[in-house]
Design a protein around this ligand. Sequence first.
Ligand SMILES: Cc1cc2nc3c(=O)[nH]c(=O)nc-3n(C[C@H](O)[C@H](O)[C@H](O)COP(=O)(O)OP(=O)(O)OC[C@H]3O[C@@H](n4cnc5c(N)ncnc54)[C@H](O)[C@@H]3O)c2cc1C
Length: 415
Amino acid sequence: MSTSTRISATKPRVVILGAGFGGLTAARALAGKAEVTVVDRHNFQTFLPLLYQVSTAGLAADHVVHPVRGALRNTDVKFRMGTPITIDHKNKNIKLDSSEILDFDHLIIALGSSTADFGVPGVAEHGLGMKNVHEAITIRAEVMRRFEDLCRFEDETRLSIAVVGGGPTGVEMAGALAELKRGPLHNDMAHAAEHIDIYLIEAGPRILPMFAESLSDRATSDLIKLGVHVKTNAAVREVKSRQIILKEGDPIPAEVTVWAAGVKGEPTAGALGLPITGTRVDVGQTLQVENYPYIWAIGDISGAKGADGRFLPMVAPVALQQGKFVAKQILNLVAGKSITDFKYRDKGSMATIGRNKAIVQVKSFKLVGAPAWFAWLFLHLFYLLGGRNKVGTVADWTWNYLTFDRGNRHIMDTM
Ligand SMILES: Cc1cc2nc3c(=O)[nH]c(=O)nc-3n(C[C@H](O)[C@H](O)[C@H](O)COP(=O)(O)OP(=O)(O)OC[C@H]3O[C@@H](n4cnc5c(N)ncnc54)[C@H](O)[C@@H]3O)c2cc1C
């Protein structure tokens, strides 16, 4: 069935593609002031920064997702579950895979990013990405299944788990895997746990290159203390089923390879015929898409650049700030006011390595250890959507902290 949705002419009609950090922020900022429809292929928002805890049995999967309709409750924003297929620029409408056609005065592209394999052979076949809940549950199942296999051996058989990518996601993942091995898996079956090796593989000369060198060093020594083998200057040439081949040096054994080496703009934007720069949508300083002033791109998919001429980082604060900014721009345009350029306010970065181990950097201010870890916990809890999720997360964290256990070690990817 094909329907055309024509709403009131008094308020601007805004369609937002993507109900992630950027899309939901824009929707809430426009609620009541525009006729807004949000489109997403999922009926929930995923809190990606805590996904690694789902992969490593620290958090239940349903604590990191929140229904889109719940997030938009008490607003007049409409929601459609679906995927955009084509944009009709002449008639200013967008067709969804349901065949529904949504008219718009403004279109906001907030489709996020997907895993980038940089053309490395074998990543798609043998690497496990971590961009959604399904992938996180797959990693958890794969690790636990290999552990169960290992428990059958009482000899020197070993299991290697490799995380590729020394950015915050890879570091958090490697640290959490090491703690899973040292605590819960050791309690389950000590001999097997002692025969697990965890590798963190980074192509560059140091992990966490976006942090000051002293903080990278601190994170490296924290990981080593947890038993992680940190390999820097180790560019991956190929991922095989049980091995990672490096451009230089000996291969690394890896029965499980988690690919946390990079992200690229979600390819749907290219399929919609939007101009692309690198892998992201080409926008000007106002975040309007080049040649299409009624289309805006925000968050990971936006090719916005900072004052240094480089793409802004694919992090949640960029998406949140851009969501608010674009909502304001659209309302200004409708009110006949002028629009401005987007300026990113970098409020700092943080990464956690494990229990009482984290690093925080805000300009030249640096924090490490337990205070940084509690700051990390608090901030993530603050931004997590949904009261039920916050309560569930605090319950899981408290349980994990007090018992050194992790209750979510289920293998749930098959019947
Ligand atoms: C594992 C991981 C850990 C991270 N940790 C941190 C962190 O600690 N701190 C930090 O600041 N940032 C972190 N990030 C990055 C941060 O999550 C992103 O920068 C942020 O989510 C970007 O927001 P967004 O709105 O652009 O996209 P998203 O929040 O990803 O939302 C995009 C939405 O678009 C939808 N979508 C995509 N394609 C389609 C389609 N074809 N049809 C319909 N809907 C579609 C998706 O379902 C999704 O809901 C992490 C990312 C990952 C993957």
